[in-house]
Design a binder for this molecule. Structure first.
Ligand SMILES: Cc1cc2nc3c(=O)[nH]c(=O)nc-3n(C[C@H](O)[C@H](O)[C@H](O)COP(=O)(O)OP(=O)(O)OC[C@H]3O[C@@H](n4cnc5c(N)ncnc54)[C@H](O)[C@@H]3O)c2cc1C
Length: 342
């Protein structure tokens, strides 16, 4: 057996930028205080101490005494050493699809991919972002198609969701594998977790990314929408399409230019350049296909096999997608590179 003095710690922890400070102080100084934090909460998923969200900012109350200085947060943060991704990314197929079994934001292909992966035995659970009556987000571990009878599970919530801290629980309890759905920042966080921790590498089997221009803090968007006349008790759907935000209620609709939301755009979204979630196994969005369909960018073999299964079973109608329709939003986000502080 090696003598204690010969023993070396083999985990590669990134170098501290502030050498004599705790790792959380490094994360705070390089990411949070520079306003480039995306609030993906990858750090919170692995922090053994107490990284959380306080007043819409990632924080660690009492970190001076509670931070264990393990370095896990900076190992997994996609923005500690920020290499912005952009463009359409590589893909095997670019298609349009509409599930015949489920209703969703567009063609419910996200739900179809996750449920089909469960049927195929690739995963035993998928993490979905649901919502409560006031439209705050909640995470659900969907384990069978029957749970999808909960009407709030499908559809887009333009509010941050704590998906990644929940992923930690999912990988601990899964017996076959986990499927996860998320915005591009969440997808990048999952890839970092997979690079750094074997448990996530082995157990997260399917990553479905969503196209995303921006997301919002609940307090900001709910205040804004209330001032616009949205009654949350009647709200059934929110949508951003052709430059307009549309809030559909049971008896009316509120519509306004999405540009009006500029004032509440979170700082982490201002520096995000990834519209299509280039690191996912499959990305799904609205733009790029006909109304009622989801655009599906199939990137990895696992997603291709699930699409083949959906086709064989006749679970969805398929059509052609048009990648050129994504150009405007891809370029719009790429231009945000200039906002990244040097
Ligand atoms: C914040 C945000 C911004 C988006 N911006 C665009 C855009 O600019 N252009 C575009 O074409 N598409 C955008 N999308 C994607 C689009 O709204 C649809 O989610 C996508 O087309 C899939 O539709 P579907 O019917 O296949 O999904 P469904 O089958 O209805 O499933 C929707 C999935 O989205 C997940 N979800 C919902 N809200 C969130 C959230 N806040 N965080 C993480 N996961 C969530 C749910 O868990 C569910 O799994 C955005 C999505 C989000 C969440």
């Amino acid at each position: 057996m090696a003598a204690a003095e010969d023993w070396e710690w083999e985990v590669a922890v990134p170098e501290k930028r502030l050498r004599d400070k705790l790792y959380f102080e490094n994360l705070k100084s390089v990411v949070i205080d520079r306003n480039i934090c995306s609030r993906c909460l990858t750090c919170a998923a692995v922090c053994p101490g107490g990284i959380t969200v306080v007043d819409d900012r990632v924080d660690f109350p009492d970190y001076e005494t509670r931070c264990m200085d393990c370095g896990a947060c900076v190992r997994v943060c996609p923005r500690y050493v920020y290499e912005p991704k952009s463009g359409l990314g590589s893909y095997i197929k670019f298609i349009a699809g509409r599930s015949k079994r489920f209703k969703g934001q567009d063609g419910a292909m996200v739900t179809e991919l996750i449920v089909s992966a469960m049927e195929m035995g690739l995963i035993d659970r998928g993490l979905f972002v649901s919502r409560s009556e006031d439209w705050t987000t909640e995470i659900f571990h969907v384990r069978d198609a029957e749970q999808l009878a909960i009407p709030t599970l499908g559809g887009t919530k333009y509010t941050f969701a704590d998906v990644l801290p929940e992923l930690k629980k999912a990988v601990m309890f899964t017996k076959r594998g986990v499927g996860i759905v998320g915005t591009p920042c969440i997808v990048s966080g999952v890839r970092r977790l997979q690079q750094e921790f074997p448990l996530f590498r082995e157990r997260v089997k399917l990553i479905v990314g969503l196209f995303c221009t921006e997301n919002f803090h609940y307090r900001d968007i709910s205040r804004f929408l209330t001032e616009k006349g949205v009654d949350f008790s009647k709200l059934i759907k929110t949508d951003i399409t052709k430059g307009k935000f549309i809030a559909t209620m049971t008896d009316s609709e509120v519509k306004f230019k999405v540009k009006e939301l500029e004032g509440i755009l979170p700082s982490g979204c201002r520096v995000c350049t990834d519209f299509t979630a280039v690191e996912s196994d499959a990305s799904v969005g609205s733009v790029g296909s006909a109304k009622g369909y989801s655009t599906v960018v199939v990137r990895q073999k696992i997603a291709d096999e699930i699409i083949d299964y959906i086709r064989e079973k006749g679970y969805a109608d398929f059509g052609e997608g048009d990648p050129a329709q994504l150009d405007y939003l891809i370029n719009h986000k790429k231009a945000r590179e200039k906002n990244i502080p040097k």
